[in-house]
Design a protein around this ligand. Structure first.
Ligand code: ADP
Length: 486
């Protein structure tokens, strides 16, 4: 039997595949066709409680397992991900709509995360610090926080979830994960892999279903000590409020509104290609997508011409077709938001240089790749995340002016700029109020690097050794020698 075929899809609690206690289910749709591809348990507070209890019970033995052993489980998961890449990628495309090549890339990234954290588990170092007293020793050790609740979005249904799972398990935490309601089947497939890797019962639990009920149980219960969340700033703020009840730790990767600056000395060909690679990847549904492109007035015409040629050539379609470069939006709500942003911009004076409306005659949630010019900051698209295939382009005259414009946002996640001037590079990256900055490149995620945001884009970092800190407590120990002879 195929690895993906094993419907009905179920939750995984304490090492057992389970239905929701109330036996309710919800449907998952393919955004390219609007067809139902499966049903999944509509888990509730009761199911979440069982999962939290299971994680709590498994914590002691998992956290005390030598790091090398935990790493061996993670390596096994990496091997299984690669072994099943084709089937996983098809399901990612069917659930999220992204082109198959991007889905395969996502499986590889997820596998790499498991491999990275398998090794990182063994590098949770402590410190021994000289004391002021000859008889005293000062030690600092790092220990797993406890049960981690992981709440993840639909845009990278395997990789964002996989990275959190890998990090938390490596640190010695046990987990309860809740994937997005648009893409729970990919998460279930990841759990089939965790099951094959023979993780001990209760170490990794998966609950699908009602986000509000599940979220409330996670917050109200004292069991989960940390919440790892990627999603909207609005939900991030709700979690912050709820987390105050038990003073839970939070690792939040929230919304962004990335500026993309093209200075007058930039390689325009490279910059235009970089905008397209960044903005149309995953149909513009990434928190790292360029939301505002600022082009120096002297190169504006040349740049927009190059950009238009590239955007007009993009192939839109079902991600399962090989020629597809841009898939559908995730759902009707996602499509409506893109429509509203473009309509608002057009009403306030923008012009659609390319595209500007939804695709006619399609059952899925498709929008034309679009370039908007004559945009200004009173438009929604210049302030809120569009999460769609629309590039708003405007001009600037001076470095100081464009830095001020770039920083004029509640968000501070990704920023990009293109220039060949080394001094300017330093001035600009030091001035940008963003957690991640790309110079002359636009896809900057790297497994070794810390990912996270300033301002309302989040708290904490994922990736590299920094990611582990979110799931580790620091313990200071002082030890006084009892004997006089020291
Ligand atoms: P997006 O706008 O990208 O869908 P959301 O923040 O709505 O982002 O969703 C990200 C994740 O947060 C999903 O798994 C979703 O189900 C979950 N979520 C949404 N609302 C809540 C909530 N009130 N409590 C906990 N999780 C929630």
């Amino acid at each position: 039997m195929s690895f993906t075929d094993k419907a009905p899809y179920k939750m995984f609690i304490n090492g057992t595949w389970t239905n929701a206690e109330n036996m309710k289910v919800f449907e998952v749709k393919n955004p390219a066709t609007a067809e139902v591809i499966g049903t999944v348990p509509l888990g509730s507070a009761t199911d979440t409680k069982k999962a939290l209890d299971a994680a709590q019970n498994a914590f002691k033995s998992w956290s005390r397992l030598p790091a090398r052993k935990r790493g061996e489980y993670l390596e096994k998961i990496k091997d299984l991900l690669i072994e099943n890449i084709e089937e996983l990628a098809v399901m990612i495309t069917m659930e999220s709509g992204k082109p198959l090549s991007e889905a395969k890339g996502e499986v590889l990234s997820a596998a790499e995360n498991f491999s990275w954290y398998a090794a990182e588990a063994r590098r949770v170092y402590g410190e021994v610090i000289p004391s002021d007293d000859a008889k005293k020793r000062i030690l600092v050790i790092r220990q797993p926080v406890g049960v981690a609740a992981l709440i993840t979005p639909w845009n990278f249904p395997l990789n964002i979830l996989g990275r959190k799972v890998a990090t938390a398990l490596a640190a010695g935490c046990t987990i309860v994960a809740k994937p997005a309601e648009q893409t729970p089947i990919t998460a279930i497939l990841l759990w089939r892999i965790l099951e094959k890797a023979e993780l001990p019962d209760g170490v990794a639990n998966l609950v699908t279903g009602d986000p509000v009920e599940i979220g409330k149980e996670i917050l109200d219960s004292p069991i989960a000590k940390v919440i790892g969340f990627t999603g909207s700033t609005a939900v991030g703020k709700l979690l912050m409020q709820g987390a105050s009840k038990h003073v839970k730790r939070l690792a939040l990767e929230l919304g962004g509104h990335a500026p993309f600056i093209v200075f007058e000395d930039a390689d325009l060909e490279l910059a235009a290609k970089a905008v397209v690679r960044n903005k149309f990847r995953n149909t513009g549904q990434m928190c790292g997508c360029a939301n505002r492109v600022y082009v120096h007035e002297h190169v504006y015409d040349a740049f927009t011409e190059k950009l238009s040629v590239l955007v007009k050539a993009l192939q839109v379609g079902n991600g399962l077709e090989e020629s597809t470069e841009v898939g559908p939006l995730i759902d009707e709500q996602g499509l409506d938001k893109v429509k509203q942003h473009v309509e608002d911009a057009l009403r306030k004076g923008a012009t659609a240089l390319v595209g500007g409306c939804a695709l006619e005659n399609s059952q899925g949630f498709f929008y034309q790749p679009t370039i908007l010019v004559d945009v200004h900051k009173e438009m929604d698209i210049m302030r809120e995340e569009t999460f769609g295939p629309v590039v708003p382009v405007t001009t600037f005259t001076s470095e100081e002016e464009v830095i001020n414009q770039a920083n004029d946002s509640q968000y501070g996640l990704y920023a990009y700029f293109f220039t060949k001037d080394a001094d300017r590079c330093i001035r600009v990256y030091e001035s940008l109020e963003y957690g991640m900055v790309g110079i002359n490149e636009s896809l900057i995620t790297a497994i070794q690097a810390p990912a996270g945001g300033f301002k309302e884009s989040g708290l904490g970092r994922e990736g590299g050794h920094w990611g582990m800190d979110e799931y580790l407590e620091i313990k200071y120990v002082t030890h006084t020698l009892s004997s006089e002879a020291n």
